[in-house]
Design a protein around this ligand. Sequence first.
Ligand code: PEP
Ligand code: MN
Length: 332
Amino acid sequence: MIAVLKTGTTQKQIDSLIGWIESQGLSVHLSAGEYQTIVGLIGDTTKIDEDLLQSLDIVETVKRISEPFKSANRKFHPDNTVVSVENTSVGGNIFAVMAGPCSVESEEQVIEIAKAVKAAGATMLRGGAFKPRTSPYDFQGLKAEGIEYLLEAKKITGLPIVTEIMNAAHLPLFENVDVIQVGARNMQNFELLKELGRTNKPILLKRGMSATIKEWLMSAEYIMAGGNENIILCERGIRSFDAQYTRNVLDLSAIPVLHELTHLPVIVDPSHATGASRLVKPMAMAAAACGADGLMIEVHNNPRAALCDGPQSLTPEQFADVMESVAPFITK
Ligand code: PEP
Ligand code: MN
């Protein structure tokens, strides 16, 4: 439930309203905009007498909100969230591009790719150190050593780093990581999400492979409920009935829908969405045209020899071409 306050309401009146709401066992999310103050009532609002709230002389309107996600809801927070990451950001007026290998394979490899993607205009370096592989016999990532190599590449290029966490017990290893990725397979690992909510790190929350938009936003809500509002959503394709030609189906419609529903920034990963390097460029252009706040793209110096996701990885030259092709479609 939200209450829009009349213009001219004083701080004292707001404090007294908050006190009354809290005495009903609810908590409050206050959004003080330039022209309007909105009070979000969080908790079991069935206890609140809507007519009584509406009758207060400082209240303009009262609305019940059916969506169960409150903190992520644009209704409570009309302005876009800008997630700051070191010297750059996601959701502001910069089109964020996170690029790099699916998995970190060696120090030389990740440094070479970092330099190449930076030269082509990437704003962050991505690379997997802990890899969630479908088969336990596949390469599982270099783990802590992989994070060290990413930090080395950051030192040389200045690019902030993005890497995936699979287990909350590994959090101490992520102390110097700039953006912590939660992969599709862990989108509903609620204990992990709660732990990440207790940090203040930017979290890149990928959509689960069969998650609805509402389930995805509820996962963001788990992190936000712990106090961490630095969340970036990443559409990475959803499972469908036809995986013959594309690995997943890229849900481009999720971008404008999410911009309506939430203030959180939304980026698109055309690499995992399609599973094919030749499809990355058209989907990246489409994502930019649909209003995405950025992209995540897999780039490898030798895709044919990649230990993970080679078929969808771009060479540095192909990545530079994608960056040029995407530029005219960027809406910010
Ligand atoms: C990845 O980004 O390398 C990855 C494993 O992605 P997803 O979780 O979307 O499958
Ligand atoms: Mn991958």
